[in-house]
Design a protein around this ligand. Sequence first.
Ligand SMILES: Cc1cc2nc3c(=O)[nH]c(=O)nc-3n(C[C@H](O)[C@H](O)[C@H](O)COP(=O)(O)OP(=O)(O)OC[C@H]3O[C@@H](n4cnc5c(N)ncnc54)[C@H](O)[C@@H]3O)c2cc1C
Length: 276
Amino acid sequence: MTDVAEDSRTIARDAPQYNASLVRREDATESLASFWVRFDGDPTPFEPGQYMTIGVFAEGKLMQRPYSVASSPRVAGSDGYEFYVRLVNGGQFTPLLWRLPEGHPMRMIGPKGKFLLEPEDDRTHIFISSGTGNAPFISMMRELLAVDRPRRAVFLNGVSYQRDLGYRDLVEGWQQNGEYPVTYIPTVSRPRDPSNVGWSGRTGRVEAILAPVLDELALTPDNSIAYICGNPDMILSAEETLLARGYPEPQVKKELYWPKGKEPRGDAPGAAISDE
Ligand SMILES: Cc1cc2nc3c(=O)[nH]c(=O)nc-3n(C[C@H](O)[C@H](O)[C@H](O)COP(=O)(O)OP(=O)(O)OC[C@H]3O[C@@H](n4cnc5c(N)ncnc54)[C@H](O)[C@@H]3O)c2cc1C
């Protein structure tokens, strides 16, 4: 549709379909923010890795999109469902979301999705993400910590700029104090950008650092399982690397945030996702 500053669509404050509200938001950068949405009534149970669909009415049309939950299911009734979202300039829904003040009513449905942890799996979990694709892994780890069953994890997150590394403090903290047995491996793809001055970590896209990381940490199909989330090109490339190393397909789990090859749809007709 448009950039936030130019978005003049009227957002309905009331609608009979609204069943939740935006209880909190925290802006990390101009285009990355966390949003907490809570049902007006009882929370709906979900499993870490699943997503909810949130929306508002704009110009009489329900605009909504799916988002992976980043919080643990056990805080859904108190804090709500936490989402970590990138503003897509030219997108249909995120410019609306960015304009919503705390307390604004919303529609939320779900949960949905099959991007779930295997039960009782003690292999190393390789969590591979680009951008906000780290959200479902945060939910998984928070919940595993809450039940005191953390599973060994290698957590890769690829971004363009170091400021975009969401949940960095949380995961680095877990690693440093040993609360969660995680090896956190962030990477920035634009190391020469001035905003990445001082960056001493890995560089390059997350799919490009995957093979070296597998080698360095001796990760094999016998001792690990992979979960990949975010940008579809990244996912397909990382999957290729894993399959070539003998990981069977069911051992490579994927959550694509959009179909491969798709750009923001602008204000194309029929862009609202149906409320099913
Ligand atoms: C199961 C599922 C879970 C998702 N969870 C999250 C999440 O936790 N956080 C999140 O930010 N997004 C998530 N998304 C993407 C989200 O649903 C929207 O597509 C996104 O917010 C853009 O919506 P829009 O209406 O503004 O853009 P649209 O007008 O729908 O344009 C869509 C286009 O925007 C681009 N795009 C979409 N998502 C992103 C993104 N995250 N980063 C960069 N470019 C993107 C792609 O080019 C895509 O084709 C998820 C998608 C799916 C299918």
